[in-house]
Write a protein that binds this ligand. Structure first.
Ligand code: ADP
Ligand code: MG
Length: 392
C-alpha cells in the first residue's frame, strides 16, 4: 500500500491531489458540536498543502436524500477546516471548477449531493468518479484518508482509487495499524466493552470477538436483550425480541459480563423520575437508561487487570445528564487501565463523542478511532473495499 509519505517523497509541488476525508461531524443548526473528525483530517491535508500540492478535499455530511440540500451543506465545515489549517478553504459547489493554488486547499460541497456517489450501480459510480477526476485532471493523485467511509464501496472512496494513482492517508494508515493489533495477538487479558443501542448492529462483531477475548462487558441499550435472555423482566427498556435466542447462545461462552444494577426512568427525558435498582427489579412501565454504580465497579475491576481494551458503544443515554454516569465511570476505568500500561482503543462515533462530551482526556486512551462502522467491520474480519483498493 502506497502512503501519503511516498507521494510527498515523489514530489507533489504543483500537482493536484484529490483527498477523501471523513468530515461527517454532528451539527446543531450551523454549529459544529464535535469537530473531532475535522481535527483528525488536518495532518494529511496540511502535509500535502505544505508540500505545495493543490488539494481538493471531498467529504460527505449526513444522508441527504437525492440532491442538494442546504441543511447538509459542508459550509460550516469549510470554515472550521480553514481555521484549523490557518488558511481560507473555499467551498466548491458541484458543477463548478475548483480554482486550486499551489499549497492551497479547497473543499468540494457534500459529495452525497450527487446520488451516484452511493449508487449500487457500478457504472453510475464509475461515471461520477470520472467527473471527479476531471475536476483535478488525469495527472492528479488520490489520497484516501476518510477511515469512517472505507467500508463503503462509494465513488469518492472506491471508484476514484481505480482511476488515479492511489495512496493511503496518515489517518487510514494509523487506524488500520491499530485495529490489526486487536485482530492479531493482543496482549492478555483482552477485555471488550460493548454498549450502544442495538444488539442486532453488533451481533456479528460479538461473534467475531468472543473467541479472541477474555471478557466481554455489555452495557447500553443492548444489555436488556441479554438480560431478557436470562429471564429478567426489562420493563419498557430497549429490547430486540428477535435477538433473544442468539443472545442466549452467546451467553453460553461464559465470557459475557452483564450489569447487576441499572438506572431506570419513567420516561425518556432528562427530567424523568429515576431510580437505581438491581436488574431483577425493573418495574413495568420503567426503562433502563444507564448501568448502575455496582455494575460500573464490577466492570472497572475487570478493566483494571486488562492489558488490551476495546470499547464500542456508550453504557447509557450519556446525552442526558442523569444517565451519563455509567459511561463516564467505565470510560474513566479505561483511562486508568491505560495509565497502568494497557493498550486501549475506542471505536464508534457516539463513544468518541461521549469521551469529549463527558470531559475525559482524549490522550487518556491509546487510540480513538474516527470510524464506527469501519472499525467494527474490520474487527468482524470483513475486507474493507476502500482499503483493499489501495492494496492492489
Ligand atoms: P457508537 O456510535 O459508539 O457505535 P451506537 O451508535 O451503537 O454507539 O449507540 C449510541 C447510542 O446508544 C447513544 O445515542 C445512546 O444514547 C444510546 N444508548 C445507550 N444506552 C441506551 C439505553 N439504555 N437505552 C437507549 N439508548 C441507549
Ligand atoms: Mg452511533
Amino acid at each position: 500500500m502506497k502512503t501519503v509519505s511516498d507521494l510527498v517523497a515523489e514530489g507533489v509541488s504543483g500537482r493536484a491531489v484529490l483527498v477523501r476525508s471523513d468530515l461527517n461531524v454532528p451539527l446543531d443548526g450551523e454549529t459544529i458540536t464535535d469537530d473531532g473528525r475535522i481535527r483528525a483530517s488536518v495532518p494529511t491535508i496540511s502535509t500535502l498543502a505544505d508540500a505545495g500540492a493543490r488539494v481538493l478535499v471531498t467529504a460527505h455530511l449526513g444522508r441527504p436524500k437525492g440532491g442538494a440540500d442546504p441543511n447538509y451543506s459542508l459550509a460550516p465545515v469549510a470554515v472550521r477546516l480553514g481555521e484549523l489549517l490557518g488558511k481560507e478553504v473555499p467551498l466548491v459547489p458541484h458543477g463548478q471548477r475548483p480554482e486550486l493554488a499551489d499549497g492551497g486547499v479547497a473543499l468540494l460541497e457534500n459529495i452525497r449531493f450527487d446520488p451516484r456517489e452511493t449508487s449500487k450501480d457500478d457504472d453510475q459510480r464509475a461515471e461520477f468518479a470520472r467527473e471527479l477526476v476531471d475536476l483535478v485532471g488525469a495527472d492528479a493523485a488520490f489520497v484516501s484518508d476518510g477511515f469512517g467511509v472505507v467500508h463503503r464501496k462509494q465513488a469518492s472512496v472506491y471508484d476514484v482509487a481505480q482511476d488515479l494513482p492511489a495512496y493511503a492517508g496518515g489517518l487510514v494508515l494509523s487506524e488500520v495499524e491499530v485495529l490489526k493489533t486487536l485482530t492479531g495477538e493482543p496482549e492478555r487479558p483482552y477485555a471488550v466493552v460493548l454498549g450502544g443501542s442495538k444488539v442486532s448492529d453488533k451481533l456479528a462483531v460479538i461473534e467475531a470477538l468472543l473467541p479472541k477475548v477474555d471478557s466481554l462487558l455489555v452495557g447500553g441499550g443492548m444489555c436488556f436483550t441479554f438480560l431478557a435472555a436470562q429471564g429478567y423482566g426489562v420493563g419498557s427498556s430497549l429490547l430486540e425480541s428477535d435477538q433473544i435466542d442468539s443472545s442466549r447462545k452467546l451467553l453460553e461462552s461464559g465470557k459475557i459480563v452483564l450489569p447487576t444494577d441499572v438506572v431506570i426512568a419513567d420516561r425518556f427525558a432528562a427530567d424523568a423520575a429515576t431510580k437505581t435498582v438491581p436488574v431483577d427489579a425493573i418495574e413495568d412501565g420503567w426503562m433502563g437508561l444507564d448501568i448502575g454504580p455496582e455494575s460500573v465497579r464490577a466492570f472497572a475491576e475487570v478493566l483494571s487487570g486488562a492489558k488490551t481494551v476495546f470499547w464500542n458503544g456508550p453504557m447509557g443515554v450519556f446525552e442526558l445528564a442523569p444517565f451519563a454516569e455509567g459511561t463516564r465511570g467505565v470510560a474513566q476505568a479505561i483511562v486508568d487501565s491505560t495509565a497502568s500500561g494497557a493498550f486501549s482503543v475506542v471505536g464508534g462515533g457516539d463513544s468518541a463523542a461521549a469521551v469529549r462530551a463527558l470531559g475525559l482526556p482524549e490522550d487518556g486512551f491509546s487510540h480513538i478511532s474516527t470510524g464506527g462502522g469501519a472499525s467494527l467491520e474490520f474487527l468482524e474480519g470483513k475486507s474493507l473495499p476502500g482499503v483493499a483498493v489501495l492494496e492492489r
